[in-house]
Design a binder for this molecule. Structure first.
Ligand code: GFB
Length: 325
């Protein structure tokens, strides 16, 4: 017999037969969370495609949560994209994310879901936050303009979790991952994040024999990259150990200049030509390194280094290309 979820306390393992709903289960993060939960022994992990249940639709979301009656919800559903997509479509990044979060939190409350983890992003912090960025720097300064609409939506999500905790005593939490990558990522050249975009650009240049690859911006911004399988492991760890209104950072504690990332991707895919920089493209935030001391104090550390994660993600990209032929 497993313990009922209502008796869960921080530090106690969650019962492996508890029903978990992973919102956004077909995306980069959601699919990794589903894989990790199943590997960790969870026997009742439920996902849903947006074509089946549109989480921007309040009635559809409420009906689905009522019928599914999960004990745990992981909100990995979001409209996401890289610097160009965020800058080009602020309406969708604001409204889709506000709707998804409000619908999910409200439906989870009506369905009496005891444990919920909402995922945000490191872009919620001020553009010039002191580095590494501590959780308490939230709302202490102006946001990076290329992604302020998305950031405001995610800050509203944090406030949603905090409000349900305060008003209804829910043991709900939120976590803020740094820049993510891994299998299942979006490799669209205009809409994706930097790491998958560079994998594709360098790969295509090597295959076609192109002499140069163009990298956006100056190459000087620094970013921290977390493999999505590590994030998934952190999500379970947080669901089992963390019960606090403050969002908690999830990262690796190290960052690299985009120029170094570009060289690493070039080496990984075997591109030996020249790297040029298109400074008409925005750099975005100069640096976004998370302070992960609170997460480390809970006993969690990532296990996948950037070189290793990049190599396996490139392998996945090649397999996908093969499968598409
Ligand atoms: O990953 P990325 O699009 O997002 O860009 P952000 C990171 C850095 O890589 C920027 C540069 O300085 C880009 O100019 N970069 C260089 C490139 N070449 C490329 C390229 O080919 N494609 C892309 N996409 N970038 C996003 C936010 O910010 O990060 C989101 O817009 C979210 O809201 C996400 O927070 C994690 O790190 O700048």
């Amino acid at each position: 017999m497993t313990a009922p979820l209502s008796s869960w306390e921080p530090g106690r393992p969650l019962p492996r037969d508890a029903r978990v709903f992973v919102a956004g289960s077909s995306g980069l993060v959601g699919s990794a969370v589903v894989r990790h939960l199943r590997a960790a022994g969870f026997t009742d992990v439920v996902g849903v495609r947006s074509s089946q249940v549109d989480l921007r639709d309040v009635a559809a979301t409420t009906r689905f949560l009522d019928e599914t009656a999960p004990a745990i919800v992981v909100d990995a559903a979001a409209r996401v994209g890289g610097i160009a997509a965020n800058a080009a479509e602020p309406v969708e990044f604001l409204h889709d994310n506000l709707r998804i979060q409000a619908n999910l939190l409200d439906a989870a409350h009506r369905a009496d879901v005891p444990r919920l983890l909402l995922l945000g992003s490191s872009c919620i912090y001020p553009k010039f936050a002191e580095q590494p960025i501590r959780e308490d720097s939230l709302l202490t300064g102006a946001l990076e303009p290329t992604n302020d609409a998305y950031a405001i939506a995610k800050i509203a999500g944090i406030m949603g979790v905090q409000s349900y905790r305060r008003e209804y005593g829910r043991s709900w939490i939120s976590a803020m991952p740094t820049n993510l990558y891994g299998p299942g990522d979006n490799f669209d050249l205009e809409k994706s994040h930097v790491l998958p975009a560079l994998i594709r650009k360098f790969h295509e240049a090597r295959v076609s024999g192109a002499p140069t690859v163009t990298v956006w911006g100056t190459g000087t911004p620094r970013r921290e990259f977390l493999h999505v399988d590590d994030l998934a492991a952190a999500c379970l760890h947080l669901l089992e150990t963390y019960d606090d209104p403050a969002p908690i950072n999830v990262g690796v504690g190290e960052d690299v200049p985009i120029a170094d990332l570009a060289s690493l991707v070039a080496d990984t895919v075997g591109f030996t030509g020249e790297i040029v920089y298109d400074t008409s493209r925005p750099d975005g935030t100069p640096r976004k390194l998370l302070d992960v001391s609170r997460l480390q104090a809970l006993g969690w550390k990532p296990t996948i280094g950037l070189a290793e994660g990049l190599a396996s993600t490139y392998q996945w990209f090649l397999e996908q290309q093969g499968a598409q032929r």
